[in-house]
Design a binder for this molecule. Structure first.
Ligand code: ADP
Ligand code: TMP
Ligand code: MG
Length: 185
């Protein structure tokens, strides 16, 4: 069973991943949570949500070696969860799809980058999913459901040519609805 939790930043993806993993732990299942080593925002060895919620995690590099480690270590568990899947190469999708034969796999990732382009690894994992949980945040401009993430530099939309990967939180990103998301120039 492969469950994918998807949405923009601040949608509650990490919170939902932790909530689901905790329930399996309570049920006596063996669970492991992975996160990419680039995400040291709030804690280096735990998955951390924007609201302070945390859960112990196994840190792996966001490359083919990390994907291979998830595929090998995951075999020994009933439940395998991976946060921030968008930072891993698309081969992660195939590895998670394989692990999902015989165990529960929960994957959380961003839908779109700040340019409004889909994250390939999230897309590929969604295609293999048995269930997709699509979450929205709250638009910082109007308060309606937000499906997009705006990167801001000094309060203005970051330009298209800024790097795709920039780890951050409310200091550099805002959740926006379709109407208030500004396509970077
Ligand atoms: P994600 O992993 O999707 O970024 P988290 O689970 O880390 O989300 O954080 C969700 C929390 O972020 C919410 O419970 C709320 O406290 C906080 N938050 C901050 N800004 C927003 C926003 N614009 N919309 C919704 N929640 C927000
Ligand atoms: P979150 O979904 O748990 O909020 O984390 C998303 C992370 O992805 C956060 O560290 C910011 C980063 N990010 C990028 O690197 N590039 C992007 O285009 C966007 C939207 C987010
Ligand atoms: Mg998160």
């Amino acid at each position: 069973m492969l469950i994918v939790i998807v949405g923009p930043m601040f949608a509650g993806k990490t919170t939902e991943l932790i909530r689901r993993v905790e329930r399996y732990v309570i049920a006596g299942k063996r669970a492991i949570v992975f996160k990419p080593s680039i995400d040291a925002r709030y804690d280096s060895s735990k998955v951390a949500a924007h609201n302070g919620l945390k859960f112990g995690a196994y840190v792996v590099p966001p490359d083919e070696a990390g994907v291979e480690a998830i595929g090998k270590l995951g075999l020994d568990y009933d439940v395998v969860a991976v946060d921030e899947i968008q930072f891993f190469p698309p081969s992660l999708a195939d590895v998670l799809n394989g692990l999902a034969d015989g165990r529960v796999v929960i994957a959380a990732g961003l839908n779109l980058d700040f340019r409004g382009e889909p994250f390939e690894t999230t897309m590929r994992t969604m295609a293999f999913a048995d269930r997709v949980i699509s979450l929205t945040a709250v638009c910082k401009v109007c308060g309606r459901p937000a499906t997009r993430t705006q990167r801001l530099i000094n309060g203005l939309p970051a330009p298209r040519d800024s790097p795709r990967i920039l780890v951050g939180g409310g200091d550099s990103y805002e959740a926006r609805c379709r109407r208030h998301y500004v396509r970077p120039a």
